[in-house]
Design a protein. Structure first.
Length: 201
């Protein structure tokens, strides 16, 4: 794939994952060009982060999936990255295998409609899990059900609450998502049904 990898980032909140991509790029560890940021809300920090970085940024009603992907098409995007996008997004067939998301738990556990943010971490705590983590996966038209690319784990500590656990999981997200982008850019990911095989080259 041509370098740098051209990505679009879709967000609905603070833009922490976008900032992580920008930081990794600035450090020379992630060869990406963030061509578009699309937000479902105008009044979020993620929009300001994107504009401060000089990235073309649009606010789009999440119900207008066609318009979202028209914007993405116009930028000749290689990969769409959901980064705290809190709305269901219908994926056109032409983007199958070209949309990624990260979930703050070890899918298929603690996923599905309504499972996001602190709700996920509280559910992990309520269930009494001893480990948790994050999952990078390809997006399909079913919540959190796409083929898994990478997972990273971390412990659940006895005195954790949803916020302390979220911080520990996010530390793993900051590693996992850029790793997945690098693998995609290198052409090392092959989807076979529910599995994603990672080639050695």
């Amino acid at each position: 794939m041509a370098s740098p990898l051209k990505i679009a980032v879709l967000l609905s909140g603070s833009g922490r994952t976008l900032q992580n991509f920008l930081d990794e790029k600035a450090a020379g560890r992630l060869d990406v060009s963030i061509e578009r940021v699309i937000s479902s809300r105008a009044d979020v920090l993620g929009v300001q982060r994107a504009r401060d970085a000089g990235i073309s940024t649009q606010i789009i009603n999440p119900q207008q999936c066609g318009e979202i992907f028209d914007l993405i098409d116009q930028a000749n995007i290689d990969l769409v990255c959901l980064a705290g996008w809190m709305c269901f997004l219908e994926i056109p067939a032409r983007y199958s295998g070209r949309v990624m998301n990260i979930h703050p738990a070890l899918l298929p556990a603690f996923g599905g409609k309504g499972m996001y943010g602190a709700k996920v971490h509280q559910a992990v705590l309520d269930y009494g899990c001893k480990i948790t983590g994050c999952t990078v996966h390809f997006v399909t038209n079913e919540y959190d059900a796409g083929p898994i690319i990478l997972q990273r784990t971390c412990p659940v500590l006895e005195d954790d609450d949803a916020h302390t656990l979220a911080d520990r999981v996010f530390a793993e997200e900051k590693k996992a998502y850029p790793d997945a982008l690098r693998l995609f850019a290198a052409g090392r990911l092959k989807i076979e049904g529910r599995r994603v095989r990672i080639s050695s080259r």
